[in-house]
Design a protein around this ligand. Structure first.
Ligand code: AMP
Length: 382
């Protein structure tokens, strides 16, 4: 527990200049903080709104030292910070989130072990080092199964769904990137997430349970309130609270879960930062996930996260940007967020939209009706 408070006027250093950094920075700026960001790109989304931009690799000691020199507190929007850079930062700078949780979540093997050790369920899995390990474990886990690289995968990258044994050789190519985990395929009823916050002084807050729809392993929609039973929602929040407690959370923890027909919960993945499935909170909650993250790392009192209105968030990937822009003049009461990324690559997260309506079904139908997500071609501009 710490009583150190970072006040508006002081500088928050953010490692990573993507959209999460940008939305953290916008909240921090609204509260009167100064923001410094470290990112290798010249014109990163966060760099466009920060007071100070340090352009260097995430694991460059020069860059990390420069960030430390101008910041009163350091946070991150990005998990893959090198162990050396993190060690240096934790001994030279004020990093209230510490490094343990970040290190655990950098690797699916340590992450699953920590979740299991805390008493929560994960999909049955095995650690895979060789192609033979896949053969051996397919017998135990059954098919279909999902092979995932232990490190560095995101948005479905570094994953392979095995449907039968003939897929093994192709899937095994993932081992070129290091050890993997093989998971039993869970035939879930819903994917949900819970984002939880804890300040250094021990105060806690949690966002309402979000229902998530993925397309091609990338988050497509978040629907809140989640269309699940009250009992399942209670169970999901308790699971996230339990993990936050066991993992000694300071800052933000996003917990992605699979919910089965029997309301059984399997924890799929953790992220120690604001999460795509919490973007709806910018407009739909009394305090957004980004403001709450800033409050937590600065040790300010946490805000209420009550839902103000049912909400649907839909991601804008590269192929959706043109159709969205073409329709903007006719979109009433749409909250459009574009992150300021120069190149609209296929499947790249370019922005998101949020609709607040009286019922989530109304918002879903309205989004669907525009055709933005169905008319897009595989090639941008095609
Ligand atoms: P991940 O990168 O682990 O979050 O996986 C991306 C998406 O792939 C998840 O949100 C699910 O839709 C799907 N997925 C991953 N692992 C499994 C699994 N064990 N069983 C069923 N679906 C999965």
């Amino acid at each position: 527990m710490s009583n150190k408070v970072i006040l508006p006027g002081q500088t928050i250093g953010i490692i990573g200049g993507g959209q999460l950094g940008k939305m953290m920075a916008l909240s921090a700026k609204a509260m009167g903080y100064r923001v410094a960001v470290l990112d290798p790109a010249e014109d990163s989304p966060c760099g466009q709104v920060a007071d100070i931009t340090i352009i260097d690799a995430y694991d460059s000691f020069e860059g990390i030292k420069e960030l430390e020199a101008v910041s009163d507190v350091i946070t991150y929007e990005f998990e893959n910070i090198s162990a050396e850079a993190l060690d240096w930062l934790c001994s030279h700078a004020y990093v209230p989130q510490g490094k343990e949780l970040l290190e655990i979540t950098q690797n699916r093997i340590t992450e699953k072990a920590a979740i299991s050790a805390s008493g929560s369920a994960v999909a049955p899995y095995a650690v895979i080092q060789t192609e033979n390990d896949i053969y051996d474990n397919i017998e135990k886990l059954g098919l279909p199964a999902v092979l995932k690289t232990a490190r560095g995968g995101y948005d479905g990258k570094g994953q392979y769904v095995l449907k039968d044994e003939s897929d093994i050789a192709e899937a095994a190519k993932l081992l070129q990137n290091g050890p993997c985990v093989l998971e039993q395929f869970i035939s879930f009823h819903k994917e949900i997430s819970v984002i939880i916050f804890r300040s250094p002084s021990g105060e806690k807050a949690v966002l309402p349970v979000a229902e998530n729809v993925h397309k091609d392993n990338i988050l497509h929609q978040t629907i809140v309130p989640a269309r699940i039973s009250g009992k399942a929602a209670e169970k999901a929040i308790m699971a996230a609270e339990h993990l936050a407690e066991k993992l000694n959370l300071t800052g933000t923890l996003a917990v992605e879960m699979f919910l089965t027909d029997e309301d059984e919960i399997f924890i799929n993945e953790l992220a120690p930062r604001p999460h795509n499935s919490g973007h709806y909170s910018i407009e739909a909650c009394e305090t957004s996930q980004f403001e709450q993250h800033i409050r937590a790392v600065c040790n300010l009192p946490l805000g209420s996260m009550s839902l103000l209105k049912p909400a649907v968030m839909v991601n804008i990937l590269g192929e959706h940007q043109e159709p969205l822009l073409a329709r903007i003049p006719a979109l009433y009461n749409w909250k459009v967020h574009l992150y300021g990324k120069k190149e609209a690559k296929f499947k790249r997260k370019m922005g998101h939209i949020t609709l607040l309506r009286d019922h989530v079904e109304e918002a879903l139908a309205e989004a669907e009706h525009t055709g933005i997500w169905s008319c897009s071609k595989e090639r941008i501009g095609g």
